[in-house]
Design a protein around this ligand. Structure first.
Ligand code: IYR
Length: 228
């Protein structure tokens, strides 16, 4: 067997008292309950430093074999946002008019979505998230990535939470197919666009669909065994 000496460092994890832990868990839960996907974005500028710090949070996600198989293309250039909007609306027009089966259109109806995507131009930032099916080692040799879709999903979740924590609104937008994003952003073919995260302040009079979340008992089951 190959020599598999593992270099380790001491774990640094902040410890809290039981009450403090409970309070922090509840406070974070309350914070996240207030997150809503927004479609009415203001054009108010957002600090690039905030975007960078939230991306660093996303980059802290766990990933298969620690390959960190993600790339975040951060777009604020109005000309590029316009191109993305045009190409996305072309795809969405086909989706809403021919491609989507009626049952899909029916479940989207309460969300009020359609093929018009003005937020792609109006919001200050679009973060196009790419997954990397493979990467390259230091010698330039191709390296396979593992669980790259799951890994990028986790990073995206952390990114959404980071923006919400900063007081910014997000929208996960998935025009389909998304190949045009590789072209516009000159990303290599081994990267696959995962979704566009629209980021900005909500419009002052932004409205959101009146929908609810599943309760804890609907989303979780507890398998506790017998107390000894
Ligand atoms: N990509 C389309 C359609 C869409 C699909 C789902 I599933 C949604 O939750 C919302 C929209 C669009 O962005 O309009």
């Amino acid at each position: 067997m190959a020599d598999t000496a593992i270099k380790t460092i001491k774990l640094v994890l902040k410890q809290h008292s039981g009450t403090e832990m409970g309070e922090r868990a509840k406070a974070f839960s309350d914070l996240m309950q207030a997150r809503r996907t927004v479609r009415d974005f203001s054009d108010k500028p957002v600090s690039r430093q905030v975007i960078e710090d939230c991306l660093i949070t996303a980059g802290s996600a766990p990933s298969g074999a620690n390959r960190q198989p993600w790339h975040f293309a951060v777009v604020s250039d109005p000309a590029i946002k316009q191109q993305i909007r045009e190409r996305a609306e072309e795809e969405e027009e086909k989706f809403y008019n021919d491609r989507a089966p009626q049952d899909w259109l029916d479940v989207l109806a309460p969300l009020g979505t359609d093929d018009s995507k003005p937020f792609l131009q109006r919001a200050p930032f679009l973060i196009v998230i790419f997954s990397q099916k493979f990467g390259f080692d230091a010698a330039g040799d191709k390296q396979k990535n593992y669980y790259f879709t799951e890994s990028v999903g986790i990073a995206t979740g952390l990114l959404i939470a980071a923006f919400h924590n900063a007081g910014l609104a997000t929208l996960t937008h998935t025009p389909s197919p998304m190949k045009f994003l590789n072209e516009i952003l000159a990303r290599p073919s081994y990267e696959k666009a995962y979704l566009i995260l629209v980021v900005g302040y909500p419009e002052t009079d932004a409205r959101v669909p009146d929908i609810s979340r599943k309760s804890l008992s609907e989303i979780a089951s507890f398998h506790e065994g017998q107390a000894q």
